[in-house]
Design a protein around this ligand. Sequence first.
Ligand code: SAM
Length: 467
Amino acid sequence: MYNYMLSRHCFLLTICLKPRRIAPKAVCSVSCYTGPDHGPDADPQLRERRGANKNQVTKRRRKERPSCQPVLDNFDQQYSQELGDLWPSARAVLLDPHSWQYGVMLNRFSAVTGITQILQSQGFYTLLPQNSVSPLLCNDFSTISNSKHQAGKDSPFPPDYISKFPPNDFPLQPDSSSHVLPQDLKSEPSLSLPRSTLQCYIHPYPLHFPSQAHRPGQLKQYYLLNAASLLPVLALNVTDGEKVLDLCSAPGGKALAIMQCATPALLCCNEPDPHRRDWLSKTLESFLPPSLTSRVTVSAQDGCSFGQSETGEYDKVLVDAPCSNDRSWLYSSSSQQGEQRLKDRARLPALQAQLLRSALTAVRPGGVVVYSTCTLSSSENYAVVDSVLNDCPEAEPEDLWEEIAVPLSKYFTFSHAHPDLDTPQKPSLRPLNGSSSSNPRRLGILVVPQPGRTWGPMFLSRIRRRK
Ligand SMILES: C[S@@+](CC[C@H](N)C(=O)[O-])C[C@H]1O[C@@H](n2cnc3c(N)ncnc32)[C@H](O)[C@@H]1O
C-alpha cells in the first residue's frame, strides 16, 4: 500500500523518519555535497534512506525549519543584482519548501503501467514527447504486480487533496472537483523536442508522489526529482552505443536519467566521496537490471584529474559540478554552518573550472561536455564556462536557448538576464570578457524557480570539443 505525503499545511502520512541528517564527508576540501534535489527534507530519496527500514506508516506534522539568515542576506545582495526582477519571486519559492514541485521519472526497466495510470488520474502529465519504451530493455526483475497498482485503487493521494490546498497558494488555480489542467498545460508536451524514452511526469501543484522503499531483488518503478535536473541530460543527448562519463555522479539521479534515454556502450559514474559513492551504487542497483552491470561502472577518482588518466576516451561527459546548492544552503543547520559555506563558496569556481577542463580532456575530439550546477550564482555558472573557454581554444560553446529553453518555456522559467560582462572580477575568476562574450547566451541557460514553476535552480551549458 502506498503511503503519501501532502505538502502545504497538511499532515504528512509518510514512512517513519528519524530526524537525522546525513552529513557527507569532504572531498577536495570544498563542502558542497548536496545533490540538486536537496533541501530541508526535500530529497525524497534521502527521506526514504532515512526511513527505509521502517515500514510503519505514521502521521506527523512537517517540522518548519527557519532559513539561515547569513545565507539569505548574501543571496539577497548577489541575486538581486544578477537576476533583477526575477529574484524576489525566486526568493519566495526558495523560502517556501511547501511550494516545491517534484517530477516523477519512470524507470523503463521496471513495469510502470499501473503507476502511469495513477499519475494520469491524479493530473500528472508528461514533460517530454514520448517514444515507446524499447521492449529489449524491459525485464522481469520488477516483481511488483501491476494489478496491485490499478488507477483509482491504492491511490497515493486522498480524494480531497486538492481542497486541502488553499487556492491562494497557487498562481495556477486548481479546479477542486476534477483534475483539470490549466489551459496552456493541456496541450501536447513540447513537440519541438525529440521524442524520448525518458518519461517524467510533473504536476502543476506541489503534490509529492511517495518515494519507494528499497526492496532487495526488485527494481524501483520511479525516481523523484527536481524536473530541471533532467535538462542537462537532455542537452547531453546520449545515443545508443556511446561512451559516457558522469564525472560527479552521486547520488545518481542524472545517471539514471541517461539510462532512461539510451543504452550507452559504457556509462562511467565517477564519485570520489565514499559515502556518496555508496549511495550512488545503491541508486544504480535499485533502478538498473543486472544485465546492464557491465555497461554501468562506478569509479572513485578525483574528477579534476580524470581527464589526464582517460584522455579523449568518451563521446559525452556530464559535469554536474559541486556548487553552492541554493536550496539546501538556505536551510543550513546553523548560522555558523551557513557562514562557513559562504566562506568556502569563494573556492568553488576554481574547482568547477578544473572539473570542466578535465572533462574537456576526457572527451574525444568532436564529443560533447555538458556543465551544470544547481545554483543561481553567476560566478559558478557563466563565469566558469567563460573562463574555461578563454583558455581552451578547442572548446566551442553551443546555444541551448532554441534547443531547450524555447521548447520547454511552458514549464520552466529561464532567465533572460545576461551575465554582466563588465562586472568586477568574480571570486577566483577573471571578468567575463572572453570570445563568447558577444553572445552570452551561448555560455549557458539558467532555470530560475518561480511560483507555480518551482523547478530549478539549474544552470546548463554545452561545449563541443572541436575535431
Ligand atoms: C551536484 S552533486 C552531483 C549530483 C548528481 N549528478 C545527480 O544527479 O544525482 C556533485 C557531486 O560532485 C562530487 N564531487 C565533489 N568534488 C568532486 C571532485 N573533485 N571530483 C568529482 N566529483 C566531486 C560531490 O561529492 C557530489 O556528489
